[in-house]
Design a protein around this ligand. Structure first.
Ligand code: NAI
Ligand SMILES: Nc1nc(O)c(N)c(N[C@@H]2O[C@H](COP(=O)(O)O)[C@@H](O)[C@H]2O)n1
Length: 226
């Protein structure tokens, strides 16, 4: 069993989710409130370590009225246990689960002792899941999250993790905020990066369920066809 996964992202009209320098303030106020309403509803929010390092996110419900109990469990996919101990993702706003790879496991002959030691330190502040693979096996990780009570999970980026999740067929819904902005840049992060598929026939197929303007932005909501 796996959580029901909703991918939410804010992108510019030209499909970028951050500039080449990592600047990513894209959504308008109304969109941020929409996202925080979803955060309040779901059991967990997940991001990749690239997003943690770029944004130092809180991943709590803080743009709308909410109580501490409304905060979902925060989840990070972090191969080498690089989450900095002083980052907000480890504060006491909510529980945090960090998925690390097999190189953090001291019983693995190919482990990296620096990563093993960082993971040990992290385990004092968060619950660690040790994947049997490198990078983190996302199918295995989703099954683990489900056993931890995460039945609904919002994925909030970034580009690399988004592609791994969709190519592993783990995403059920996609919600996109398109802002009327263009930033360009071949090195700017797009909605989905990763390796990409070689052939269009392999493209993931989706069905548009809903679309509407929201403040200055435009929202599109899709179901992933399985
Ligand atoms: N506009 C928006 O809605 C959002 C924008 N962003 C932006 O995206 C950028 C970060 O994106 P990325 O650098 O692509 O980082 P990312 O957040 O996708 O993290 C990628 C990292 O996750 C780890 N990982 C472990 N196992 C993995 C697996 N099986 N598959 C994929 N990754 C795995 C790897 O260390 C990998 O480098 C930041 O600039 C951030 O601001 C992030 C979230 C939302
Ligand atoms: N919905 C949305 N709109 C944007 O313009 C964004 N840049 C993001 N980014 C995501 O939200 C995280 C920050 O969350 P906190 O406010 O710190 O709780 C960031 O890390 C991205 O995952 N989202």
């Amino acid at each position: 069993m796996k959580p029901y996964v909703i991918l939410n992202v804010a992108m510019t009209l030209d499909g970028k989710i951050a500039t080449k320098t990592g600047s990513s303030e894209i959504s308008g106020k109304e969109d941020l409130e929409r996202v925080h309403e979803i955060r309040k509803e779901v059991d967990g929010i997940m991001v990749g370590i690239g997003t943690v390092l770029a944004d130092d996110p809180r991943l709590s419900v803080h743009k709308i009225k909410a109580k501490k109990e409304d905060n979902p469990i925060r989840v990070v996919v972090d191969n080498k246990a690089r989450t900095p101990l002083n980052f907000r993702i480890l504060n006491d706003d909510a529980e945090t689960i960090i998925g690390v790879s097999s190189i953090c496991d001291e019983n693995n002959p190919n482990c990296d002792m620096d990563a093993v030691n960082r993971a040990k330190e992290l385990s004092k502040k968060a619950n660690l899941f040790y994947s049997s693979e490198e990078p983190v096996d996302l199918v295995e990780f989703m099954e683990y999250l489900y056993t931890k009570g995460i039945k609904t999970l919002m994925l909030e980026g970034g580009s690399t993790l988004n592609f791994s999740m969709i190519s592993d067929n783990l995403i059920d819904e996609v919600k996109i905020c398109i802002a009327p902005m263009i930033v360009g840049g071949k090195d700017s992060k797009t909605f989905f990066d990763g390796d990409g598929f070689d052939n269009m026939k392999d493209a993931v197929q989706l069905k548009l369920e809903k679309s509407y303007p929201l403040g200055k932005d435009f929202i599109m909501e899709y179901k992933v066809l399985k």
